[in-house]
Design a protein around this ligand. Sequence first.
Ligand SMILES: Cc1cc2nc3c(=O)[nH]c(=O)nc-3n(C[C@H](O)[C@H](O)[C@H](O)COP(=O)(O)OP(=O)(O)OC[C@H]3O[C@@H](n4cnc5c(N)ncnc54)[C@H](O)[C@@H]3O)c2cc1C
Ligand code: SF4
Ligand code: SF4
Length: 556
Amino acid sequence: MGSRKIITSSKELPPVSMSIADMEWNKTGNWTFLKPVHRDRLAPCTMECPLSVPINRFMHLVREGSYEQAWKLIVAANPLPAVTGRVCYHSCEGGCNRDEFDEALNIHGIERFLGDAAIGAGWELEPPKEELGGPPVAVLGSGPAGLGCAFGLRRNGYPVIVYERETSPGGMLRVGVPQFRMPRKLLDAEIARLEKIGVEFRCGEQIDDLERVSRGVRAVFLASGAHGSSDPQVEGADCDGIYFGLEFLKKYNSAAAVETGSRVAVVGGGNTALDVARASVRLGAKVDLYYRRTEEEMPAHPEELDEARREGVGFHFQVAPAGIDVGSNGHAQAVSLIRMRQGEKDESGRARPVPVEGSGFKVDASSVVFAIGEQPELGYLRGKAHREGNRLAVDALCRTSIPGVFAGGDIIPGENSVSHALADGIAAAGNMHLIFQNSRPPAEKGETEKPVEPGMINFDYFDTAPRQNGKLIQEKTPKGSREVEATLTEKQAQEESSRCFNCGSCVDCDTCLVFCPDLAIYFQGDKYMVKADYCKGCGICAEECPRGVISMEKKD
Ligand SMILES: Cc1cc2nc3c(=O)[nH]c(=O)nc-3n(C[C@H](O)[C@H](O)[C@H](O)COP(=O)(O)OP(=O)(O)OC[C@H]3O[C@@H](n4cnc5c(N)ncnc54)[C@H](O)[C@@H]3O)c2cc1C
Ligand code: SF4
Ligand code: SF4
């Protein structure tokens, strides 16, 4: 290696060629057939969100401290962020590009932070720009599907009446999900905001005949959910001390006394089973949960499983109930169980659970709760409307086979979740609007836009940083309705939003402008422009862009 010379003054610099006149005559743009295009692109998190929340854009606003603006971006797509920030299964995070770098972003945590901030500050939804008047749309059911539809219709100025048999709106968010996961004052606040933009709720109205709500209306949206319990078909299951999962939770959530005794056996592996188990822990019982398939096959969300385990629920997989032992007082006193093994695959593609002969055993139980699935109750249709299995069949525009009647949420086939139900309702409202306006219904979905992939993110511009999670409020014996996880603090929300790559969303960072060797990029108004005469199509800007916003495209 030759010796190095340290230069201490400009006089020692070797001669370099440089122009002393301007180079504007040198129109390097003539050399190329490519041009850089700045275009906002679909982020993978947004693609995975059932509500298509523009996450890549609101994160930047949070980082800047523009919380109200960030919240407004969310509520344009999702009217219940304090709710979804708590209960949504956050499929968005499964798509996060940051996972390839260190750890996926806590998107639901920031959504919850903004949802709570909005309630604290009293931010309101935009009222409709114009009132259309005329006959209303009737919505049957006030769960997330009904709320989503009512919200979507009011945005366009249509009158909406929501019929609900319970005394307050909210559907499963009120009667199913326990308070320790979904505080009611926050649900009330987000629903009150919908009332303020003109949604009319008629609670305490059980609808037994569709005719009752369909007279004189523009259309009907069916969103009555799945509230019917499945028959456990277990001997002795009609004695005292036996509950169905949703019946148990409805009592628990309405503050009616639920007598469980000291040992609760929960049968099932879904959300309802886990909520029943965690509620029973809070009632002071020792709780064991029995599921006939393996842990990996459990439909409940893994995070909920972890929380239930932390709270002391005992889990027993590949075990099914065979009978209930009834005491002389007519009350359950034990449950007979049998071990299961994996058999042939069934129509769902999962291994069918098969009883293992001679493996029966008994455990003491003062209560047994069967949480083995809920079914839609569609008696009000009087046998009308086509079905798909036990759900209502709908077309691509959310229309049932009854003219003018739409449906969404848990009564139609598909995923059963709060954000999917909200999305169904909003989509149905959008389709109704197009049909009412005699506009052409949206064309069949063509090729969908491809999201920004990790390879399009320039990782060199980012530092690793730990994911910020809400503080866990761990109690040895959880009691009452206290939430288990705290909302992110403002500092945490700032740190977490700063971790976001803003995949496919330009944040005016000037990287392209600084790196352009021909000074061909400039900022005008609120966006970057390219001087076609000077851009020679080298692609350095696209290569350097940290967030995959620029692509090199053919010149016209
Ligand atoms: C215990 C439990 C916990 C859950 N936890 C989660 C979770 O953490 N995250 C998640 O994403 N999903 C969760 N889910 C699933 C989620 O709650 C549902 O997918 C979602 O609520 C479906 O929304 P929906 O509007 O279709 O129906 P629902 O929320 O069930 O609302 C239907 C409404 O219609 C009303 N209704 C029904 N029939 C009539 C009638 N004839 N007349 C008048 N009113 C009627 C009902 O009273 C109800 O209020 C959970 C479900 C349960 C049971
Ligand atoms: S609604 Fe759910 S999936 Fe969508 S951004 Fe919020 S947490 Fe993520
Ligand atoms: S880094 Fe941000 S924009 Fe990119 S996928 Fe994750 S949350 Fe979305």
